[in-house]
Ligand binder design. Structure first.
Ligand code: 5GP
Length: 186
């Protein structure tokens, strides 16, 4: 029987083995960079970052905490950021004095992440670094310096491995391009 996602999938962009290899490399880098740190907090931006966070966390050997935050831009469709971002769910931990590493699924315009950064900076973490699995550099509207990047990708609508297609298929173990490069509500 054909899987339901197959009708929506143009191609597998990054298969499971490649994803996991790259995540291991990122974790090794993080293990080195934070080797002497005993106050590391991995802050996952929901919902898209959740698969990446759980795989990355299991590959990081130094003791660390995890917490979650949900943010969204609103007012327009899936493809366009409106520039208005809100925090839908705040994290529970106090970040003051902690070394915070933000874990995101994908950076597109950068508006969501830049709002999250401003919010966190006001809370005085000891340090704040950014880790994104996917980076669509050509879509950037605000400048953001990413400390760790899994893959630079073209401007295509992707889903799987945490990223949704109409809120579904986040559970796929690979990142795929949507057929016709079309987001669900276009
Ligand atoms: P930004 O604020 O950087 O424009 O948007 C980031 C958010 O937009 C991501 O966290 C993700 O939820 C969503 N997004 C951007 N590009 C894609 C994409 O190609 N596929 C999916 N499923 N979501 C995307």
């Amino acid at each position: 029987m054909a899987h339901a996602y197959e009708a929506l999938l143009a191609e597998v962009l990054i298969d499971e083995a490649r994803l996991q290899r790259r995540i291991s490399e990122l974790a090794e880098q993080i293990n080195r960079d934070y080797a002497d740190c005993d106050d590391l907090l991995l802050l996952c931006i929901l919902k898209g970052g959740v698969m990446f966070l759980t795989d990355l966390s299991r590959k990081i050997h130094i003791p660390h905490m995890i917490d979650f935050m949900a943010a969204s831009s609103y007012g327009v469709g899936a493809r366009q950021s409106s520039g208005s971002v809100r925090i839908d769910m705040d994290l529970r931990m106090d970040v003051q004095g902690k070394h915070v590493l933000v874990v995101e699924d994908i950076i597109d315009s950068g508006l969501t992440l830049s709002f999250v950064i401003k919010t966190l900076e006001n809370r005085e973490p000891a340090s704040l670094k950014l880790c994104a699995l996917l980076n669509k550099q050509s879509r950037r509207e605000v400048e953001i310096e990413l400390d760790y990047v899994g893959f630079d990708i073209e401007n295509k609508y992707v889903f799987g491995y945490g990223l949704d297609y109409d809120e579904k298929f986040r559970n796929l173990p690979f990142v795929g391009v949507a057929r016709g490069d079309i987001p669900p509500d276009a």
